[in-house]
Structure formats: C-alpha cells, structure tokens
Ligand binder design. Sequence first.
Ligand code: HPA
Length: 247
Amino acid sequence: MTIDLAVIGGSGLYNFPGLENTSRHSVDTPFGTASGDVVVGEFAGRRVAFLARHGESHTVPPHRVNYRANLWALHSLGARRVIGVNAVGGIRADMGPRVIVVPDQVIDYTHGRYTSFCDVEGAEVRHIDFSEPYTEALRRELIDAASAAGVSVIDGGCYGATQGPRLETRAEIVRMKRDGCDLVGMTGMPEAVLARELDLEYACLALVANFAAGCGDEAEISIEEIFAHLAAATAEVPRILGVLLKR
Ligand code: HPA
C-alpha cells in the first residue's frame, strides 16, 4: 500500500477530520500492539494514515504509549513520511497558547521508555546520527504549507520531552529554560528517534496549549483551558496538511 503521509495525533486529535473512504488496520508488531487501529483514507486526493497516539478515547498516558509498535505499524503499512502532532506547553515568551511551532531540536528528559528497536538479544547495534532530530525537508514542507494556508507557525525551537503524565514544577521549567528548551511536552521522545531508526522522514507540529509552569500569569495551569486552546490550534492542522499534500 502507498501511504503519502502518516499522522500521529496527540491530545485533542483523536481522528482526522475530512479523511474519506477509510479502512481500519489492526497491526501486529514484534513490539506489541499499537495505541489503536491505523485508519487509512483519502484526504486532499492523497492517501493518509492516521493513528491516535493516546488511543481514540485518550486512554493511553504518555509514559505508556507503545511508541515502537506505533511507528512499526505505520512503517509496515507503507508509510515513509510521518508528522507527529504534539500538545505542548510554551516556555519561550512568544510561544503562548494556540501558537503552532515546528521545532528543530529536542532534549530528552524521559526515562524508562523503550528508546530503540535494537534491543533484541543478538541484534546488530546501530548508532544513528541524531544531530538534527527532525527531517529538515519535511519541516520545510510543513512551514511552507502553513504559510500558503495562511496559518502562522514558528520555525524552530527546542522541544523538551518530559515523562508526564503530571505537568512540571516551576523549578523544572526554570532548569529546562536554562538548558535551552523552548517548549515542553510528554510525547516527542522517543517517537522522533524511533522514526529515525526506521529511516522514516519525521517532523513535529507542536500545538501550544498553555504557558509552561511559571511562564504565564496564572499560579496554576487549568486543564480545561489546555483543552480549549488545543481545540483551537488543532482546527488548523487539516488546513496545513491539506496544502502540504496537494503540493
Ligand atoms: N507540560 C508538558 N506537556 C504539556 C504541557 C505542559 O505544560 N502542556 C501540554 N502538554
């Protein structure tokens, strides 16, 4: 099967609006089961595969997502280009709620997750280059498509991946800012590195749902507000991807 683009939907994106003539694929992988069925259909005249990272009813928390099975499933269905849509908190002042960012760097603070496909006993160990964690050509396509669709996005930024599912303390965010993080989210890793191991093209569309702890005016972060902002930013995703696919 030829898949023009695969999309992994994060919090707030549990199905792909406008996907037509769909079929569902439950894929068995050597790494267990994916977060759910992969839904393959047509969008903007192209074949798109969609997978809800947290499951279609948001039942899989960030630290329990089977990232390996998800990417394996998409790859085995024929996907070669993957966009990860991720809800994030904004650390940088210009990355407030509803802003969309296409990050270009990652710092991984997660732990206890399977971060490689090469941990089967006896398998050859492969050390991959990860200097640039996202595929630059796909990043550019996303940024150009957003511009053509009239959706403003920020080009570049460092995504700090935390363990979750709790949000961070203010001190943790101060440390992350010092480290050079512009955004904080719970699912950007190991997804990006596993995509690289499978030689998939991969880029991230980060949707800012809130200012990270201590970065906004509020003393506490409201989960209701997070989801309201996410819904607004998520509505722009099909517009961007529609242009990307038609090019
Ligand atoms: N921290 C981590 N992940 C997130 C946040 C946050 O503030 N907002 C949305 N996802």
